[in-house]
Design a protein around this ligand. Structure first.
Ligand code: CP
Ligand code: NVA
Length: 302
């Protein structure tokens, strides 16, 4: 049994039920396998994806642009610097204009509300490719990676060590949907919002050793996200006890997975020893951005 996701926005993991999310993962696995076998699938032949960026990107840009091309479509890179939006054209009008040319929009920006507004006024599917609030495409690739390595998701203990920010929020939502235990290890003052913890059932543990004990997955992210550069020095001090290093990971299960959305600040949130260890799946995650997002695009734009 499959459910149709045609025409849906992909704004957050929370907006989808388990059956729909499993369908995205199964489609991603299938597209990945077929791609590796050299089979060409072009369900989006002749379709165009607008890719709007007002923040830097390596993986997201590459994976969406390569992904839409592999599906038979065309990706149009739209820099925030070049659009009339920057000169005051409204999001509503921009959304209406996008909808007259494009078949889907991918957006990476600061304000989550801007993405919600774009989705409200656009007649075509909108994909959230990171805001200050969440990073759902990343987490779909991560969950795909965990399922590949562990063969299941339900009941796993996933520990996010770092800032209770956008990546943590999407992990919390995925934990709730896929029945994983999510623990956030962060310094005081950097917790996710109480309402999001309550909603998702995730919990905060301030002691990183206690948090990672028995972990199946240890995940971290930069201490200062895009837009927080001015806080980098003070954050470095607050987060220093939360570095994912050899001393910390020895408390996890021996076959734990080390994950990082990347880019990493090696030597800060993670040491080279951990990032390059046999437990590390950071480049599998990066690769799976391609396959997971191809599934999302094929299902909602197809
Ligand atoms: N993980 C991730 O979104 O990477 P980029 O910022 O390079 O797109
Ligand atoms: N939390 C990071 C994630 C980058 C993919 C940021 O927002 O910069």
């Amino acid at each position: 049994m499959t459910v149709s996701l045609k025409g849906r926005d992909f704004l957050d993991v929370w907006d989808f039920n388990r059956e729909e999310l499993d369908q995205i993962l199964n489609t991603a696995d299938m597209l990945k396998l077929r791609h590796k076998m050299g089979i060409i699938d072009q369900p989006l032949k002749g379709k165009t994806l607008g890719m709007y960026f007002s923040k830097a990107s390596t993986r997201t840009r590459l994976s969406f642009e390569v992904g839409i091309y592999q599906l038979g479509g065309y990706g149009l890179f739209l820099s925030a610097n070049d659009l009339q939006l920057r000169r005051g054209e409204s999001i509503a009008d921009t959304a209406r204009v996008f909808s007259r040319y494009l078949d889907g929009i991918m957006i990476r920006t600061f304000s989550h509300q801007d993405v919600l507004d774009l989705a409200q006024y656009a007649d075509i599917p909108v994909i959230n490719a990171l805001t200050d609030y969440s990073h759902p495409c990343q987490i779909m690739a991560d969950v795909m990676t965990i399922r590949e390595k562990k063969r299941h998701l339900d009941g796993l203990k996933m520990v996010f060590v770092g800032d209770g920010n956008n990546v943590a929020l999407s992990i919390m939502e995925a934990g709730a949907k896929f029945n994983m235990e999510v623990v956030i290890a962060c310094p005081k003052g950097y917790e996710p919002k109480d309402a999001d913890l309550t909603r998702t059932g995730a919990r905060v543990v301030y002691d990183p050793v206690e948090a990672v004990t028995g972990a199946d997955v240890i995940y971290t992210d930069v201490w200062a996200s895009m837009g927080q550069e001015a806080e980098a020095a003070v954050r470095k001090q607050h987060f220093a006890p939360y570095q994912v290093n050899a001393d910390l990971v020895k408390h996890a299960k021996p076959d734990y997975l080390f994950m990082h959305c990347l880019p990493a600040h090696r030597g800060e949130e993670v040491t080279n020893e951990v990032a390059d260890s046999i437990n590390s799946v950071i480049f599998d995650e990066a690769e799976n951005r391609l396959h997971a997002q191809k599934a999302i695009m094929a299902l909602i734009m197809g």
